[in-house]
Write a protein that binds this ligand. Structure first.
Ligand code: FDA
Length: 331
């Protein structure tokens, strides 16, 4: 990128190493912790764990940065008799690792458990047996002391900028999409040179209060730091004032003028989204409504003359590209 394209609000991102360990030659880590990540008395059918893996002595030691992901290769073979492909999991650990020395990385796997539903042409429409995701269930089953094949790191865009305090942050998550924001908030507030002075907002969306992952960690940050703000968008429960449940996009819309708008429309605002595929679309339309698209999105000509309320998902997927101030990781 040439210098004349750099503006005051342009974040500079660090150079990161990627794929030091490739799926062709994974290295062996050891599980050192596995605990339930959901609160007791859970209401939804999901199972999510917090799993820590010791990668000391491997090339991954000290090389995983907040916001990146790493790979896990489940043992065994797939339906075609080929070794299982690598699956990516977001780092929940800070850049210095859970241990402070980059030796222990962590993630937040959610078990994929469902009834078989046809996905592609040729799938038997009558088949409806139990469907268990291969790698997520493998990782959630692992016990402390078990060995696990890992790869990575991956991702060079979903990162914190080099100069933390030059920007303010809105982190928007659904479900396990909160993992990288635990990781980034640890980098921002537990940094050896002191906690960030930036405004940091985490918006977490879940169906029920009991699904709020790492809720204690974020509540503690909010208690401790005036510049940290934690917003919970719980969709299937009534709010304390008796109003209906909220999705993340609705919460951002409701608090836009008072909370998010001033940050997003200033030069300092950075927007990050992580979680379910589709969560970005409501935000694209909200940003268009609030006329802040230039900073956050490049809209291709095909969509420029279409009113934002008429954009459909396929159009947004094809014709909207986030800029350097909007980081999107959905899966
Ligand atoms: P597996 O791959 O075996 O099955 C899922 C696939 O099967 C789906 O892709 C779909 O094609 C098909 N399928 C799904 N439901 C079906 C049904 N009912 N019937 C038939 N077929 C069905 N996950 C997580 O838990 N925590 C995390 O932090 C992250 N982070 C992350 C970061 C990035 C960058 C990416 C790209 C992805 C993640 N993921 C994740 C998702 C993770 O990589 C992985 O996709 C899930 O854990 C599911 O993997 P399994 O091997 O368990 O499912």
């Amino acid at each position: 990128m040439s210098d004349d394209t750099i503006t005051a609000s342009m974040p500079i991102f660090p150079e990161v190493k990627m794929n030091i360990v490739t799926p062709k030659a994974p290295v062996t880590g050891t599980v050192v912790k596995s605990e339930v990540c959901l609160k007791g008395g859970r209401k939804s059918a999901g199972f999510v764990r917090h799993v820590e893996i010791d990668v000391s002595g491997t090339p991954l030691e000290g090389q995983c940065r907040a916001g990146q992901s790493f790979g896990i290769v489940a043992p065994g073979v797939d339906a075609n008799g080929k070794p299982h492909k690598v699956r990516l999991y977001s780092l929940a650990s800070p850049t210095c690792g859970e241990d402070g020395e980059g030796k222990v990385i962590s993630t937040t796997p959610k078990r994929v458990i469902d009834e078989f539903t046809p996905q592609k042409d040729g799938d038997d429409p009558e088949k409806h047996e139990l469907f268990l995701g291969v790698c997520s269930n493998y990782v959630c089953d692992l016990q402390v002391g078990d060995k696990v094949q890992v790869t990575g790191p991956s991702g060079k865009r979903f990162l914190l900028p080099v100069e933390h305090d030059k920007h303010d942050y809105i982190f928007m998550a659904t479900g396990t999409g909160i993992a990288p924001f635990r990781s980034m908030c640890k980098d921002l507030f537990e940094h050896p040179s002191g906690p960030t002075t930036s405004q940091v907002h985490v918006v977490m969306g879940t169906p029920y209060t009991t699904d709020l992952l790492y809720d204690e960690f974020f509540c503690e940050l909010e208690e401790k730091y005036e510049n940290f703000h934690y917003h919970k968008a719980v969709s299937r429960e009534k709010q304390t004032d008796g109003s209906r449940g909220l999705y993340v996009g609705q919460l951002v819309g409701q608090k836009y003028d008072e909370v998010f708008g001033p940050i997003l429309s200033s030069d300092r605002g950075l927007m990050y989204m992580c979680g379910l595929v589709g969560m970005q679309f409501g935000i694209y339309q909200l940003f268009a409504e609030k006329q802040i698209t230039d900073a956050y999105m490049t809209i291709k000509d095909e969509l420029k003359d279409v009113c934002f309320s008429d954009w459909d998902r396929e159009q947004m997927r094809r014709y909207i590209k986030p800029t350097h101030r909007m980081m999107v990781e959905v899966y």
